[in-house]
Ligand binder design. Structure first.
Ligand code: AMO
Length: 441
């Protein structure tokens, strides 16, 4: 049969593109993938097939192939999904030093429309155009590299936390009240009640740390961000950690060891991807610099940028910090009034709390701290933040039954992937990003 929509039949992949090497010389193989290019030159048709591992070349010689195969090759369209049965031949110039000489080709599907851009081309399209047809965009080697790095980083994160004895939990994303005061909530109708999408698993992870002692969750957080920036999404992925019987200093140390482990993993497992992205990841050498909020205010003022005590750090202030402190660092001991209600004020100076932001240059990657662990103080802080303790009764109740000292952090995983892959727009690091302008695909 000619053309698209042939059946897979009894064909099954015997190897991936990258397995086609001189060691397989003379062996019969079946490969599948997308036809990245098809080109005829001097009686030879060169096919380049892309699969999940990379690319492989196949060549069809006019004078050595059956008429049926030649006719099939003539009808091949770029970007079709095809299977090739053939034998392996060493050839120096081919990728991985070998190619496949087809005896039969099956066309499983072919594009019915012209692609809006060439995923294998050299010109990079604007992000909006690419995101509108993300599946095609993901064929680009750069996109592939970003999401392979993301997957390896995710796996390394889990591996590290499991290795440290944490258990992975999943908490509800439909919730009754805000946890992260400042940033807006997405309301939704929950049967006949108003509910919200979770801004973070904060209160759940704290409750769970009271029982399991070391918990982590990797999941979506929802923030009704009003602005379109390069670092904010309406739905982001966060790595949340909570641990009992420790303080913020211990969980900062845990975080830097985790980042160090993830970087090591990427350097050993993602060499090709990092080279496609032209990124070098320097090994992390803990302990990282810890600068207090008060010190930051002093040094930025020296550089001509004034921040009122108690205020969040402005963009110009963060720019100065990123120049002075470069790379990964912590900003610690923030004003209590500037942080969420659950953070623990310092016993020797309650104006400050046991808190930190984990930074890469001017980008906040994570924030965390020691938590308030008694009901009276927490209710007071909820009121001080202009929130109603009644809405948190379901949480405050747990403090009646004994709560250990505990601390934790939330790490913006998409932002971390930005750092690892060197992309400037967070949307590049997320498969199907959500922002105020984008709800599809
Ligand atoms: P925070 O609100 O600082 O803290 O969020 C933690 C981290 O999540 C990432 N992040 C975002 N990433 C992309 N788009 C957004 N709109 C967005 N909002 C936040 C950031 C940020 O550092 N419960 C606390 C954490 C804790 O104390 O354990 C929390 O949610 O990288």
């Amino acid at each position: 049969m000619l053309g698209a929509d042939e059946e897979l039949g009894d064909w099954r992949r015997t190897c991936y593109s990258t397995d086609v090497t001189p060691e397989l010389e003379g062996k019969d193989v079946i490969i599948f993938g997308r036809l990245a290019s098809v080109r005829e030159q001097g009686g030879i048709t060169f096919l380049v097939l892309q699969d999940m591992k990379g690319i492989v070349q196949a060549t069809v010689h006019k004078d050595r192939s059956t008429p049926a195969l030649l006719e099939k090759v003539k009808s091949l369209k770029q970007y079709s999904l095809i299977g090739i049965k053939g034998s392996v031949k060493s050839i120096l110039k081919a990728p991985h030093g070998a190619e496949v000489v087809p005896s039969e080709i099956r066309v499983l599907d072919e594009p019915r429309k012209r692609l809006p851009f060439d995923p294998y081309g050299r010109t990079e399209q604007g992000i909006d155009k690419r995101l509108d047809l993300r599946m095609v965009d993901l064929l680009r080697p750069r996109s592939q590299a970003i999401f392979r790095v993301r997957s390896v980083a995710l796996n390394a994160t889990r591996e590290f936390l499991h290795g440290e004895g944490f258990i992975e939990v999943n908490t509800p994303k439909i919730i009754a009240s805000a946890t992260e005061g400042g940033s807006a909530l997405f309301p939704l109708l929950y049967y006949d009640k108003e509910a919200f999408l979770a801004q973070s698993p904060q209160l759940f992870k704290e409750q769970l740390a009271c029982v399991f002692e070391k918990v982590f969750e990797i999941g979506s957080i929802f923030r009704a961000e009003q602005f379109r920036t390069l670092k904010h999404l309406s739905e982001a992925t966060s790595v949340d950690v909570e641990q009992a019987y420790v303080t913020y200093r211990d969980v900062m140390e845990l975080l830097e060891r985790m980042i160090s482990h993830v970087i090591e993993s990427l350097n050993s497992k993602c060499k090709d991807e990092l080279s496609t992205l032209q990124v070098r990841l320097e090994p992390l050498k803990p302990p990282l610099k810890r600068i207090t909020y008060d010190e930051v205010l002093k040094v930025v003022e020296k550089e001509g940028v004034k921040v009122e005590w108690g205020e969040d750090l402005s963009t110009p202030a963060l720019k100065v910090c990123s120049r002075l402190f470069q790379g990964y660092h912590f900003i610690i001991d923030w004003p209590t009034s500037s942080k969420a209600f659950y953070l623990k004020p310092k016993s020797d100076n309650p104006e400050l709390c046991e808190s930190f932001d984990f930074m890469y240059g001017s980008v906040e990657l994570a924030s965390g701290g020691s938590r308030i662990s008694n009901r009276k103080d927490l209710s007071r802080r909820i009121r001080e933040q202009g929130l109603n303790p009644k809405s948190f009764e379901y949480h405050l109740r747990m403090f009646d039954y004994g709560v250990p000292p505990h601390a934790g952090w939330g790490l913006g995983f998409d932002r971390l992937v930005m750092v690892f892959t060197g992309v400037e727009n967070i949307r590049e690091a997320v498969l199907f990003p959500r922002d105020p302008q984008r709800l599809t695909p």
